[in-house]
Design a protein around this ligand. Structure first.
Ligand code: YNC
Ligand code: MG
Length: 400
């Protein structure tokens, strides 16, 4: 019945199924926004979390590590490392006021968290500034007490005080009302380990060695001119990303500074790397690029394995997709070459599985690259913005 969500500026199910005019649902002024947060139950207090402090980062890490998203049968739970959390939450434009925590007043224990970063999203022809909300998490002992709406209202208030009126978020749960829904696909890189973890299953009539053989990969990449992305590639990559994504109805707009943050591979102080990016260079020009990032998942109660290393396909683009008239077969061939190499590189960097969603042009390579549909779906939401739905499925998000 969505007692909370029905009070929020989001479209309702069944409403405006015909094409409606796109745009904000609620218009407010900064002067109308509350200057301070809503009071909490006694014994709890609001805090700003300083992610520059290793101690406070560790507290967020531990809250998420113990209480963040699990799969349906509680076999896995996301284990975002401090390095990945820094990468995800300290992107250009980040501010401590968007790292909102709740502490128990006496013990000082961090019991809940929500975060946002500013992003610019193009929805068809309009570019909107959004707070991209992520890492909403409540300690398991404080669940079902209507604390989540309070956290969501607080991150909204902080955004609004900074003149940000739209939100962007994804969730596994169904809320009013997804703008698009994608399915997760998984490509095993270490099938044996995934099987031992309960992630992959043995198809009836198969044998483990057949599965291992099925997913074996060459040791070397095949694309001529492929190399790691460098700072000098940023202008070319930003331009290629923008032109490549122009076919899609919703896409982020990335500045050079943002592309630097999100794409340039580098080990941080602890030696950990968040993102891997590669370009294809032909006669001094970038013709293609792809990237993937790392999120580990804890394997809950497994005697042999503690974590699986999961690569998530991130941005990519290819000049082949820009040629007029657009030729789907040529692009399909090129994407299969690129993603085939991405798998080889991910394997080389010790990933166990490679994930991709049914968005962008992923439908052109998922099957050929031996991805299999997972049981998870991911719903995409906009807050305070009415947008016509973007069709899901393997040809999702395209106007061809
Ligand atoms: C969810 N994931 O429907 P109704 S994703 C949004 N996103 O409200 P309570 C959610 N809303 O139905 P609990 C949600 N999950 O009555 C639940 N809800 O209208 C809604 N899990 O609150 C739910 N992290 O406090 C219901 O529930 C109300 O104690 C119930 O807390 C929920 O980060 C949660 O999955 C998810 O830690 C915090 O279960 C808790 O169960 C938990 O009684 C494990 O809440 C971790 C987990 C969520 C990951 C994510 C994106 C979050 C987006 C939030 C919405 C942002 C809107 C835009 C704001 C900025 C706008 C500007 C400008
Ligand atoms: Mg609660």
């Amino acid at each position: 019945s969505y007692k909370f969500w029905q009070t929020q500026p989001v479209p309702k199910f069944g409403e405006d199924d015909k094409k409606a005019k796109e745009g904000p649902l609620r218009l407010q002024k900064v002067e109308e926004i509350e200057k301070s947060p809503a009071p909490l139950l006694s014994g709890f207090e609001w805090v700003e979390i300083d992610l520059k402090s290793d101690e406070e980062m560790k507290e967020v890490y531990e809250l998420l590590n113990g209480h963040y998203v699990e799969d349906v049968d509680s076999t896995f739970r996301f284990n975002y490392s401090p390095s990945i959390l820094r990468w995800a939450m300290m992107a250009p434009g980040w501010d401590k006021k968007y790292h909102v925590g709740i502490r128990a007043s006496q013990s000082r224990k961090l019991v809940a968290f929500i975060s946002a970063i500013p992003v610019h999203i193009r929805v068809r022809d309009n570019v909107i500034t959004c707070s991209e909300v992520n890492f909403l998490c409540i300690h398991k002992k404080l669940r079902n007490k209507r604390l989540a709406p309070i956290l969501i209202k607080e991150i909204t208030r902080v955004s609004n005080l900074n003149s940000v009126w739209q939100g962007l978020y994804t969730a596994g749960v169904v809320l009013p009302r997804p703008v698009s829904t994608c399915r997760y696909y998984h490509r095993p890189l270490d099938w044996q380990k995934l099987w031992e973890c309960g992630f992959s299953y043995l198809p009836p009539g198969s044998k483990p060695q057949y599965q291992v053989h099925k997913y074996a990969l060459p040791s070397k990449t095949a694309t001529k001119g492929l190399r790691e992305m460098e700072v000098k590639d940023l202008d070319d990559v930003v331009s290629l990303q923008k032109r490549y994504s122009s076919r899609f109805e919703i896409a982020p707009e990335m500045t050079k500074e943002e592309a630097h943050h999100w794409l340039i591979p580098k080990a941080d102080a602890s030696g950990e790397q968040a993102v891997w990016s590669y370009v294809v260079e032909e006669s001094g020009k970038v013709t293609d690029f792809f990237s993937f990032y790392c999120v580990e998942s804890s394997v809950i109660n497994n005697p042999k394995h503690k974590v699986v290393r999961v690569a998530y396909l991130f941005y990519y683009g290819s000049k082949t997709g820009l040629v007029e008239p657009f030729n789907k077969d040529n692009l399909k061939k090129r994407l299969n070459e690129l993603i085939g190499d991405a798998l080889i590189l991910a394997k080389k960097h010790k990933f166990d599985v490679f994930n991709a969603l049914t968005l962008m042009d992923n439908g052109m390579f998922l099957e050929q690259q031996k991805f299999a549909a997972g049981d998870g779906t991911l719903h995409y939401y906009l807050f305070n913005y009415r947008a016509n739905a973007i069709s899901g499925g393997l040809d999702a998000n395209q106007k061809l």
